[in-house]
Design a protein around this ligand. Structure first.
Ligand code: ADP
Ligand code: DP6
Ligand code: CO
Length: 356
């Protein structure tokens, strides 16, 4: 008997220009464009296996060994339905290929890092899910085309289908057909740029990104200023900085945008606090590290950014990474640091498939 199964893995991406706010919550259309770096090492990844089988009764999914409900009309169901639809179209156009679009699927996913802790698990998770089903169904879709589907699982996921520097264009169409990810530059364009991830806490966050950004859209006046008057110019400027490999410009915009995103969270009613005292102490450390460097050389050495959680991501030229890791380890000895690609600690868990 033939087994129809495929495995795909996707890394997290960490935004320099943050996505925060939806203009359409069902299609997941954002209020502003965003731009991120896809991490290219093995520390923060989702690995997902999908299997189609005529004996399966219904679509099922296990995340980190525990079954998750696939709610009708929910994000998982939407992504699975869209990929089955695309397989059906391929089957209709190619009469000789096996008909498997009508089989139920079992999906098994593993994150090798904390889930729902502000380290972008929804991004790698939905990107890996879409990539594994696309591989199972042998779809001819490009990464940008698949990003349209991943977007409907979790907005940030659309950017994890490509490596390097990736923009999510907010698009203007109501059906979302132009709200997709495009690669600004591949990873090899700027190999000197590295990232250090400082795990301040691996606890599940109190306010999910989905709930938090909706509260912000409903209550924050500062968000309107941000989406209309700040983000468009920053998208252009950071794309230029990336193309020119201008770290000073890249770092300045990245830190400004992280600060404004967290300011917008504070401007939400009730206010949302994703950073904690350790997060803020790490900001103070990087600010001081940069101040000393600017005084000596005129250049910045590192850029911090925080997603919806307390964990720091520090972008820096490769030459500064050992110094940054030493600084973090010195002042915050109890923290876990993932470095890309300088490996300090990992919490890799071997993937175990719960399939019968
Ligand atoms: P994060 O900061 O980790 O992205 P979110 O609140 O945005 O946190 O999303 C977390 C949710 O994403 C999880 O509760 C789960 O529903 C979904 N998710 C995370 N990892 C996966 C995965 N590997 N496969 C499918 N869904 C996932
Ligand atoms: C702060 O993509 O997790 O990480 O679309 O509701 O699933 P949903 O939200 P999600 O939000 C990510 C927010 C962010 C910024 C970013 O990644 O751009
Ligand atoms: Co998320």
């Amino acid at each position: 008997m033939l087994i129809y199964q495929a495995t795909a893995s996707a890394p997290v991406n960490i935004a320099c220009i943050k996505y925060w706010g939806k203009r359409d919550t069902k299609l997941i259309l954002p209020t502003n464009s965003s731009l991120s770096v896809t991490l290219d090492q093995d520390h923060l990844r989702s690995t997902t296996t999908s299997r189609a089988d005529p004996t399966f009764k219904k679509d099922r999914l296990w995340l980190n060994g525990t079954e998750e409900e696939i709610k009708a009309g929910g994000r998982l169901a939407t992504c699975i339905a869209e990929l089955k639809k695309q397989r059906r179209q391929v089957e209709e156009n190619h009469p000789n290929i096996p008909i498997i679009s009508n089989y139920a699927v079992h999906i098994c996913s593993h994150n090798n890092f904390p889930t729902a802790a502000g380290l972008a698990s929804s991004a790698s998770g939905f990107a890996a899910l879409v990539a594994s089903l696309a591989a199972l169904y042998k779809l001819p879709a490009t990464p940008s085309e698949l990003s349209l589907i991943a977007r409907q699982g979790s907005g940030s996921a659309c950017r994890s289908l490509m490596g390097g520097f990736v923009a999510w264009e907010k698009g203007v169409r109501e059906d979302g057909s132009d709200s997709l990810a495009i690669q600004i530059a591949p990873r090899e364009h700027w190999p000197d740029l590295h990232a250090v991830i400082v795990v301040v806490s691996d606890h599940k966050k109190g306010t999910s990104s989905t709930a938090g950004m909706q509260q912000t859209v409903e209550t924050s006046a500062l968000l309107q200023h941000r989406i209309n008057h700040v983000v468009p110019a920053r998208m252009t400027a950071i794309s230029e900085a990336i193309k020119a490999k201008d770290f000073d410009k890249f770092a300045k915009i990245t830190m400004q945008d992280s600060n404004q995103f967290h300011a917008v969270c504070l401007d939400t009613e009730p206010p949302i606090f994703y950073m904690n005292d350790v997060s803020r102490a790490i900001i103070a450390l990087i600010v001081e590290y940069n101040r000393v460097s600017v005084a000596a050389t005129g250049h910045l050495k590192a850029a911090y950014t925080y997603d919806a959680g307390p964990n720091a991501v520090i972008y820096a030229p490769a030459a500064n990474i050992p110094e940054i890791i030493n600084l973090i380890a010195h002042y915050f000895p109890q923290n876990q640091t993932f470095s890309d690609p300088f490996k300090l600690f990992t919490n890799q868990v071997p993937g175990k498939l719960p399939f019968p």
